[in-house]
Design a protein around this ligand. Sequence first.
Ligand SMILES: NC(=O)c1ccc[n+]([C@@H]2O[C@H](COP(=O)([O-])OP(=O)(O)OC[C@H]3O[C@@H](n4cnc5c(N)ncnc54)[C@H](O)[C@@H]3O)[C@@H](O)[C@H]2O)c1
Ligand SMILES: [Zn+2]
Length: 267
Amino acid sequence: MSVDALAELFEGRRIAVLTGAGLSTASGIPDYRGPGTLARARNPIQYREFVDSDATRRRYWARSTVGWQRVAAAAPNLAHRALAALEERGRTTGLITQNVDRLHHRAGSRGVVELHGALEEVVCLSCGALSSRAALQQALVQLNPRFAHRTADFAPDGDAELDDTADFRIPACACGGVLKPHVVFFGESVPRPRVDRAFSLLRQAEGLLVAGTSLAVFSGYRFVREAAAIGLPIGVVNLGPSRGDAHANVRVDGPVQEVLPALVERL
Ligand SMILES: NC(=O)c1ccc[n+]([C@@H]2O[C@H](COP(=O)([O-])OP(=O)(O)OC[C@H]3O[C@@H](n4cnc5c(N)ncnc54)[C@H](O)[C@@H]3O)[C@@H](O)[C@H]2O)c1
Ligand SMILES: [Zn+2]
């Protein structure tokens, strides 16, 4: 269907927005399940394994030291900017994102719920202290100079493919605790207050716009189910199929960096 049908669906309505990795592919950050990514899909890191295994943590932080450079260098694209403009005009109740790259914030969106956290923050598993990933990056590079200028095959989530990581050195928290990126790994659940905030901005909305997500992950899909249950008009913008299609009143199969600016222009 067309952008016009989408604009008509949301005309005069304040809407909630739900986004995923497809928002950021045009910024150079790969997704998990896009048309070009299936071939390279691999097993994402599991929370239990990260906590239990020193070798797993070395592998994670080594890959992330290389992969982070690309996330840190990425800039918001026209899709992020269109959604920020929609908020600026008072047309949204807020934005729920599954992305961990902070690009919505950098485009100027303020009412953002980061369902899965953000790679830009690091949390200590012992004392809970939050710190900045940029600062940790400096420490990681100092301790592991041979990884500083490595380039590797880039994978989603700021990760990269590397093999020789057994001697990688990881700084600890000041309390001695283990540091973890402040993102929700597989096997972890989204903190309840965050889920509640997301539901509340959905319930204040008069429509739901879903963009750039396969909705394969339940933590995002549940908001589409809820929107359908309470009878909100639902529009989906995605390249290829998504699990939300069955609930969509309007579906536009196209790139978000083209469709969202065109939509915002018409609203
Ligand atoms: N940028 C990021 O922060 C990032 C990147 C990869 C994975 N992740 C994490 O992995 C999980 C992935 O789930 P997901 O549903 O967000 O992603 P996904 O990879 O499962 O789905 C992305 C969808 O977007 C579509 N797409 C890709 N580029 C597009 C474009 N330019 N325009 C329109 N559609 C496009 C793909 O075809 C696919 O259907 C998330 O929970 C997230 O935390 C985050
Ligand atoms: Zn600590």
